[in-house]
Design a protein around this ligand. Structure first.
Ligand SMILES: Nc1nc2c(ncn2[C@@H]2O[C@H](COP(=O)(O)OP(=O)(O)OP(=O)(O)O)[C@@H](O)[C@H]2O)c(=O)[nH]1
Ligand SMILES: [Mg+2]
Length: 464
């Protein structure tokens, strides 16, 4: 089996950086020591200037020509010289017409003239390796591209600007200060850490731990804003579950009929509710399956409910509570849930007082007339933010890798505090602190393995 090819970061790389398809403009991007020279071989400027003579951050109009001298496309070529460029290397961007043929032909030409095809994310990987951004910032680039909502975009932009990195560096400095004191103590073991010093170190460590906690506190919201939440609608047959899905979607997606047992499969859609991506699932209301299809439907509904982050339990306000409602309430006890009374446009027969005792809040709507849908949306958002006032701008972390490292770092700081409080030797405290520092360094990419970088950047698109 052939081994993995080692990437050479000295090569000049090239890629089509714009989406493939038909568009007004497309960009072929080059980065590396030979970018200007390679561009010079295929570009003819209208004013006769060659890319090698162009100033940084300047643009020229001209043509890309093949070996035979035939025009391949009319282009604008821009030059960004090292070190003040995206990768800190010389960069040339060729803006051509955004069709797949001109883009492909220009890419082929630069490859023939000495560039190598870029790996996914290699431009950003070089920006990291060349020290322009840290690893957390590099990862933010990919998150910006894949952001599905405004909020996810805001979080990633803050991360790219370095908001998370700055906080982490501050915590890191705090830990290093403590470590310095401890190491001095290790070097001179005769002098034990005095009670006074212990208290001071404890205070410092505790401060770092709190700063870390603050970052982590917003992580739940961060993950939700990035990955969305999985919401499942359930309720007795005919309660109006499918009507509710349609009302939230503002379109007729799920079939609605007066016949109980209409929905016989789970139906899924993704909606953006006030910036939160919500994967919403309509389930079959059937409780007692009469045939194999219904049996499958019940199984699917149960599975969905198990997986849900949040359940919307729909009651039919025009009917008295029934055994099916009671069964659902029992099954869902203890789960994050929004209790919803539907059909408020009809005469209400449901025992509302009874429900009020069971649920601390009730949302009342008419799915059919799309009345009070906004109240349900608000309840959903409230459930996501958990009652806390969190704006996307205040969320510092949403990336799963970062969250995991932060949690580990927090645990190691806690360990070091325990060792300190129990008057264990400086080595113990220092050991835990080094582990904590290691976790923080992993986020910033101060220490990294090629495998980790391969994993992170393989999720990027080519040309970024
Ligand atoms: N008056 C009134 N009727 C409603 C409302 N919501 C739903 N309905 C009606 O109730 C009936 C059942 O609605 P569905 O949305 O199909 O109910 P469901 O819960 O999905 O039912 P199953 O899929 O059979 O479990 C239909 O006739 C709807 O038009 C409402 O707010 N007001
Ligand atoms: Mg239905």
């Amino acid at each position: 089996m052939p081994g993995k090819v080692k990437i050479d970061f000295k090569d000049t790389i090239a890629a089509i950086s714009t989406a493939q398809g038909q568009a007004g403009i497309g960009i072929v991007r080059l980065s590396g020591d030979h970018a200007l020279e390679i561009a010079g071989r295929i570009f003819q400027g209208k004013d006769g200037s060659a890319p090698q003579q162009m100033e940084s951050y300047s643009l020229r109009y001209g043509w890309v020509k093949n070996k035979a001298g035939a025009v391949v496309d009319e282009v604008l070529l821009s030059v960004m010289r090292a070190p003040r460029s995206y990768t800190k290397e010389d960069i040339v961007e060729i803006n051509c017409h955004g069709g797949i043929i001109p883009l492909r032909k220009i890419l082929d030409l630069v490859l023939e003239n000495g560039a190598r095809m870029a790996e996914p994310g290699e431009f950003t990987r070089r920006a990291f390796l060349n020290g322009r951004i840290d690893l957390a910032q590099a990862e933010a680039v990919s998150d910006i591209i894949s952001a599905k909502t405004d909020s996810a975009l805001k979080i990633s932009l803050e991360q790219l600007k370095g908001a998370l990195s700055q906080k982490i560096r501050k915590i890191r400095r705090g830990l290093l200060d403590v470590l310095a004191v401890l190491e001095a103590n290790i070097d001179f073991p005769d002098e034990e850490i005095g009670a006074l010093d212990r208290a001071a170190l404890n205070k410092k460590l505790d401060k770092s731990r709190r700063e870390l906690r603050d970052i982590l506190d917003s992580s739940r919201t961060g993950r939700v804003l990035r990955e969305g939440i999985h919401v499942v609608i359930c309720g007795r047959p005919n309660a109006g579950k499918s009507s509710l899905l349609n009302a939230l979607l503002k379109q007729e997606r799920s079939i609605v009929t007066p016949i109980a047992g209409t929905t016989r499969d789970t139906i899924e859609e993704i909606i953006d509710i006030q910036g939160i991506p919500v994967r919403i699932v309509d389930t079959a209301g059937i409780i007692e399956p009469r045939d194999l299809i219904e049996k499958k439907a019940v199984e699917r509904a149960k599975k969905q409910i198990k997986l849900a982050d949040l359940v919307i339990l729909v009651f039919d306000g025009s009917r008295k509570l029934g055994s099916e409602d009671a069964a659902l309430m029992r099954n869902l006890a203890g789960r994050p849930l929004i209790a919803l009374i539907n059909k408020i446009d009809l005469k209400q027969r449901i025992e509302k007082e009874k429900l009020k005792k069971h649920f601390h809040s009730l949302v009342e709507i008419s799915a059919k007339n799309a009345k009070n849908v906004r109240l349900l949306e608000d309840a959903l958002v409230h459930a996501v933010y958990n009652g806390r006032v969190t704006t996307p701008e205040s969320v510092l972390v949403s990336n799963a890798r970062h969250i995991e490292k932060l949690k580990h770092a927090e645990k190691f700081i806690a360990d070091s505090l325990v060792s300190l409080d129990n008057s264990l030797s400086s080595e113990f405290v220092a050991e835990a602190l080094k582990e904590a520092l290691g976790c923080l360094d992993d986020i910033l990419g101060k220490k990294f393995s090629e495998d980790l970088l391969d994993k992170i950047f393989s999720e990027f698109c080519i040309g970024k």
